[in-house]
Write a new protein. Structure first.
Length: 206
């Protein structure tokens, strides 16, 4: 009975199924310090492709950027009932958020709708697809194959900070793309993406 079941499984399996190349890379961002005097920090994230993947594969398909990080602040002792960091760990934008603790709006660009942003007090994670432009079939020549996104950290409740207080945002950004292998069969492979990542702080927004 077991042998019959195994034979049936083999008979119904798809011999033409293609496995995947999964390309990954990451970069640590510089610490962003927000305050009433400087409530927003703005970055440009640029990803440039240096080479094709194995078997001449385009490495930019289904590319995704995911930013994640931690937030620390010196919330007001009077309002929080304790010293810095004594407020309960609040989630990004939910009923568990602590109204005595400053909130940071994390978004891919200052014009991002609120529904596509994260409002974070202690930690956050936010993803966005990457769209590459240029000659991605010949990344070593021709026009550069690259993608750009903007990243904003915007302090929402500066009044909850002590005088001259600030909020630190420690963050990093991960990138992933995937492509089908030309040959059927085999298993998925994780590879370092042949990309460079550039993070540039571009100052306050008007």
């Amino acid at each position: 009975m077991v042998m019959a079941s195994a034979a049936a499984l083999l008979a119904t399996s798809d011999p033409e199924k293609h496995s995947l190349y999964r390309f990954q890379t990451s970069s640590d961002g510089p610490r962003a310090t927000l305050s009433a005097r400087l409530p927003q920090v703005h970055y440009r994230v640029r990803v440039r492709v240096l080479a094709l993947g194995p078997e001449g594969i385009d490495t930019t398909s289904s590319a995704l950027a995911t930013v994640h990080g931690a937030i620390t602040s010196n919330a007001s002792e009077a309002s929080s009932g304790g010293g810095p960091g004594s407020a309960s760990a609040g989630l990004d934008s939910g009923s568990d958020a602590d109204s005595t603790r400053p909130t940071v709006r994390v978004s891919f660009g200052s014009s991002t709708p609120a529904s596509d942003a994260v409002f974070a007090q202690t930690s956050f994670q936010l993803s966005r697809s990457l769209v590459f432009a240029g000659d991605c079939a010949r990344p070593a020549g021709g026009s550069p194959c690259q993608a750009e996104v903007e990243l904003d950290f915007d302090l929402q409740r500066a009044g909850t900070l002590v005088e001259s207080g600030s909020v630190d945002v420690d963050w990093s950004i991960d990138f992933e793309s995937r492509a089908f292998k030309p040959q059927a069969g085999g298993s998925d492979e994780k590879l370092a993406a042949p990309w460079t990542v550039e993070l540039v702080e571009i100052g306050d927004q008007p």
